[in-house]
Design a protein around this ligand. Structure first.
Ligand SMILES: N[C@@H](CCC(=O)N[C@@H](CS)C(=O)NCC(=O)O)C(=O)O
Length: 244
């Protein structure tokens, strides 16, 4: 059975899993699901409805952190998890930071703006998906948008707060990277991979998966412009160029 990643191409958590698989040299196929209809499929194989989900050697692994754990446990080459217990803890802290202070707030304000731009978002949701994706997505988009806003609490207030959270996260990263090229220890680890993958919708590195044309909302372009000269952007580009 080939290794299979259930995913959304547009998801930065899925980018984290794709990057980890590529980095570890594990060949895999993707099964792209449509947001909304994905719930039935994912819940039939895993505990929660979220992607990424990896099927490897007859094992189902849900969640990007767990996928990296599994890859490191089964493929010894190119470890992403530090051996040293103190460094391992630091990497886990950065991974949590990347989820709470970057990925979730970024998703909140990106969707706050992009849910109003179906011409941008529908192709992003349908890329690489089933042939009927566009048609179905156009039919369900409004309802899906309302549901996403309700479930993830996406509204003007939370989007504003989320922008500040990402501002602060960039400052924290800038300080950490002032004196060292990697977040943890002296080599590339899951900490760098996680932060860079989860920041990639904002940084849009050349080797990243999301392109500038996806940022059709002026507020998103302005936010990116305001941060583009940050050393963190340079660092994400360097890490992408070297390790992705
Ligand atoms: N902690 C999870 C978060 C994954 C996550 O939030 N996935 C989103 C896409 S970016 C998702 O699947 N949302 C739909 C759902 O939860 O049903 C991970 O690291 O993989």
């Amino acid at each position: 059975m080939p290794t299979l990643l259930y995913q959304f191409p547009v998801s930065h958590y899925c980018e984290k899993a794709r990057w980890a698989l590529d980095y570890k040299g594990v060949p895999f196929k993707t099964q792209t699901l449509l947001p909304g209809p994905h719930i039935k499929k994912i819940k039939s194989i895993a505990a929660d409805s979220s992607v990424p989900v990896l099927r490897m050697q007859n094992t189902i692994i849900q969640g990007s952190d767990q996928i990296i754990d599994y890859l490191d446990a089964t493929v010894s080459e190119k470890p992403l998890t530090p051996q040293d217990s103190k460094l391992r803890e630091q990497a886990a802290d950065w991974e949590r930071f990347a989820a709470d202070k970057i990925a979730d707030p970024l998703r909140c304000f990106y969707y706050h703006y992009l849910l109003d731009e179906p011409k941008t978002l529908i192709p992003l949701f349908c890329e690489d998906g089933p042939w009927y994706g566009n048609l179905l997505m156009r039919l369900i988009f409004k309802r899906l948008g309302r549901r996403m806003r309700a479930v993830a609490k996406i509204n003007p207030r939370t989007a504003g707060v989320a922008m500040h959270v990402v501002d602060k996260a960039l400052t924290t990263l800038e300080k950490q990277l002032q004196t060292q090229p990697f977040l943890v220890g002296d080599r590339f680890s899951r900490a760098d991979l996680s932060v860079c993958a989860l920041l990639s919708p904002l940084v849009l590195p050349e080797r990243g998966y999301m392109k500038a044309r996806s940022l059709t909302a002026t507020a998103l372009q302005d936010y990116r412009k305001a941060h583009i000269s940050s050393p963190v952007f340079r660092w994400v580009n360097t890490i992408y160029n070297t390790y992705r």
